[in-house]
Design a protein around this ligand. Structure first.
Ligand code: HEC
Ligand code: HEC
Ligand code: HEC
Ligand code: HEC
Ligand code: HEC
Ligand code: HEC
Ligand code: HEC
Ligand code: HEC
Length: 468
């Protein structure tokens, strides 16, 4: 195995070193992998653990105690990954499962069978082990080694959470090198433990809700949808439908762009080349890496205090967060009247549709004491901008108010080239059957946010804009 520069940097960090500032153009200042030293340090000084003699006898070498309960859902959820950890540590450390004192032996047998646990499981009859290791939550994992007739803890995960398996292996084996198996998808929890600043930015990005988006539409079991909304589908150890050992790989995680193990498994790292695999012409109109890169600023969360971070997180999960990427190719607004001569029926529909009359709706309303029809805060969704595809206007003069509402081009993109060419299908967004729901949903919900349209349902709403 080869090791790349960042891994060498890891070792330097182990010995104590200086952090480097972020270097990607258009990104905020930040420190890559800011938390590495803490993660690698683990518990620091080994702590003596006064285990009951019967158990202490069994600890004749490095041992991982997994404290759990067969009925605890978190344990059941983590078990497939703990099985993997046991395999990865085989020959280097033993794993021993300790079921909490109230566990029923029959339930334990069922658990062993259901989750195919291959390491020994014993019941902590009198809760002496739980007391000795001070375990309060399940599952908890503690890494023990015999040392001069004592048993000491080298590491502890209270509680152990899904996705931490690689970190556990890394620390149990005493070196980060051992934790990054070539080609293995580790999951965000591993990357984010060291890369805390990048983690903050990712949590605020739409990539972190890609799976929720499918869940919300009940499309998460459709094979034609999942590939771009998860990490590593179709790759060994990547996401697999229905495999609970892999379900922490939902969403577009770090490794969706950086590859399995990131640059740490010795492979070349060219994350920007990954975008096009998902942001293709059909699913992400007018996408370019140049436009997308500043929008995934990995240090964007550094400027936010806790309250601002929580507010942004809430906005993301409620669907209110902006989606600046979804934008038409840039071009001037030519106005709906310019479409009338050729698309007479569509124009007739539009002039009667709520979109075509959306400015009239504002005429009787007020916003902060002023007429709503003069407030950018209202007009931005009730009229079309004079330029599509660029930044949103911040002045009233930036909107085509004279056409009375949301024009054709707010849904179909700038029409200048299309009108000039006398029509065509490659110079305008068709939004018909070949248009994926990714584009439609993002387009409509850019205005139909949960605030303004709490009962939004794409399929139902689409019928109403059928132009008939
Ligand atoms: C959508 C794709 C994508 C995702 C998801 C993603 N990254 Fe990146 N990452 C990039 C790109 C692109 C770059 C910039 C590479 C360049 O141009 O040098 C980058 C750069 C980095 C860098 C180097 C930053 C610097 O200042 O030099 C680190 C570290 C990093 N990513 C870690 C992470 C971690 C950790 C996660 C998950 C929390 C993550 N990335 C998620 C695409 C992504
Ligand atoms: C044990 C801590 C640790 C873990 C876990 C970790 N990294 Fe890193 N990573 C580092 C350190 C340290 C650097 C070097 C930072 C620097 O340049 O200052 C680094 C650098 C990087 C870079 C920048 C590489 C470059 O050439 O500029 C990327 C990208 C990255 N890591 C991605 C990931 C991903 C993806 C994961 C999860 C699979 C991950 N890291 C897990 C510590 C870690
Ligand atoms: C594995 C597939 C995948 C890869 C690779 C990927 N993306 Fe995405 N991206 C998505 C999906 C899916 C969404 C929409 C998520 C949602 O809202 O549910 C998205 C959303 C985004 C958004 C937010 C949408 C908006 O309107 O602002 C940005 C920005 C973005 N991606 C940029 C990038 C960039 C830049 C890269 C490459 C460095 C990249 N993505 C790589 C799948 C991917
Ligand atoms: C000079 C006549 C003409 C004008 C003006 C015109 N179009 Fe078209 N449009 C066409 C023709 C021809 C087609 C192709 C029809 C076909 O192939 O089915 C078309 C197709 C379309 C399509 C469907 C594209 C697709 O991929 O299926 C949309 C949407 C559209 N026009 C919107 C507009 C809008 C919006 C305007 C005003 C900005 C406009 N058109 C102005 C002639 C025109
Ligand atoms: C530029 C912002 C914008 C976009 C994009 C947009 N809408 Fe609308 N939509 C509105 C506004 C504003 C109204 C309310 C108009 C009024 O009554 O004043 C509305 C009203 C509607 C209505 C009528 C609701 C009712 O209660 O009668 C439907 C249906 C609708 N939109 C569907 C869609 C669909 C489907 C899409 C995507 C193809 C879409 N809209 C895209 C802003 C937008
Ligand atoms: C983010 C986009 C957006 C913004 C900003 C916006 N609206 Fe709307 N508005 C909509 C949509 C979408 C609808 C249609 C909702 C529906 O029918 O389900 C709508 C409908 C309306 C309606 C008719 C239905 C109702 O709720 O009574 C009024 C009135 C209205 N908006 C006023 C305003 C005012 C006043 C402002 C400024 C404070 C404003 N809007 C800002 C998107 C927006
Ligand atoms: C609220 C968004 C919205 C607005 C505003 C809008 N359209 Fe559409 N348009 C759509 C959608 C969605 C479709 C696809 C409908 C479908 O396939 O049922 C569509 C389809 C079309 C088509 C293709 C029709 C076909 O049968 O293939 C044309 C042409 C068109 N629109 C022209 C216009 C014109 C011209 C205007 C303005 C006068 C306009 N649209 C306004 C959303 C919109
Ligand atoms: C080829 C990759 C790919 C496939 C396949 C794919 N998506 Fe997407 N999806 C994306 C990307 C990329 C985005 C972000 C688009 C943007 O913002 O430019 C996205 C965005 C979305 C959004 C918009 C999220 C929002 O809240 O605005 C929805 C909804 C969505 N996808 C659902 C689906 C469904 C349902 C399917 C299956 C029919 C699907 N996707 C298949 C790549 C894909």
């Amino acid at each position: 195995m080869r090791f790349s520069r960042p891994l060498a940097a890891l070792l330097v960090l182990l010995l104590g070193s200086v952090a480097v500032a972020a270097s990607v153009a258009g990104w905020s200042e930040g420190t890559p992998a800011a938390n590495s030293a803490n993660v690698l340090q683990g518990l620091g000084e080994p702590v003596e653990i006064p285990l009951p003699a019967s158990l202490a006898e069994r600890i004749d070498g490095p041992t991982l105690l997994v404290y759990f309960s067969p009925t605890c859902p978190h344990c059941q959820h983590a078990q497939p990954e703990l099985n993997e950890v046991a395999e990865r540590l085989a020959g280097k450390a033993k794993v021993l499962g300790i079921a909490s004192s109230r566990s029923d032996p029959k339930a334990l047998d069922r658990y062993r069978d259901t989750y195919k646990v291959r390491y020994p499981l014993i019941i902590d009859e009198d809760a002496a082990i739980a007391r000795a290791i001070s375990a309060r939550s399940t599952p908890s994992v503690i890494y023990l080694e015999p040392e001069k007739r004592k048993i000491v803890a080298k590491d502890a995960w209270y509680p152990f959470r899904r996705g931490q398996g690689s970190l556990l292996v890394m620390r149990a084996l005493g070196t980060p090198f051992a934790g990054f198996d070539e080609g293995r998808y580790h999951g965000n929890a591993t990357c984010m433990a060291c890369h805390t600043e990048e983690a903050g930015a990712w949590l605020l990005s739409h990539h972190s809700v890609a799976w929720d988006t499918l869940l919300a539409r009940d499309d998460h079991q459709k094979a034609e949808c999942v590939g771009c909304h998860v990490t590593g589908m179709g790759k060994p150890t990547g996401w697999v439908a229905g495999d609970t050992a892999r379900d922490h790989l939902v969403d577009v995680g770090c490794e969706a762009c950086h590859g399995p193990g990131g640059p740490h498994d010795g492979k070349v790292d060219a994350p920007a080349e990954a975008c096009a695999g998902c942001h293709d012409k059909k699913h992400s109109i007018a996408f370019s890496v140049a436009k997308g890169l500043p929008l995934i600023d990995h240090y964007a969360a550094n400027k936010l205090d806790d309250d601002a971070f929580t507010a942004e997180l809430r906005a993301l999960h409620s669907g209110e967060r902006e989606r600046p990427l979804l934008a038409f190719a840039e071009g001037p607004h030519v106005g709906s009247a310019a479409c009338k001569s050729c698309h007479t029926d569509e124009h007739a529909w539009w002039s009667q549709d709520p979109h075509g009359k959306a400015m009239a709706t504002l005429s009787t309303k007020e916003h902060e004491g002023a007429p709503a029809a003069e407030a950018v805060a209202c007009v931005r969704c009730h009229a079309s901008p004079k330029t599509h595809g660029g930044p949103e206007p911040t002045e009233l003069a930036g909107f085509a108010l004279d056409e009375g509402g949301v024009g054709c081009e707010s849904c179909h993109g700038p029409g200048g080239a299309h009108v000039k060419a006398g029509g065509g299908t490659d110079n305008i967004e068709g939004l018909g059957d070949d248009c994926p729901v990714c584009v439609l949903e993002a387009l409509c919900t850019s205005c139909h946010t949960t605030t303004w349209d709490p009962t939004w349902d794409l399929d139902r709403r689409l019928k109403a804009v059928g132009h008939k």
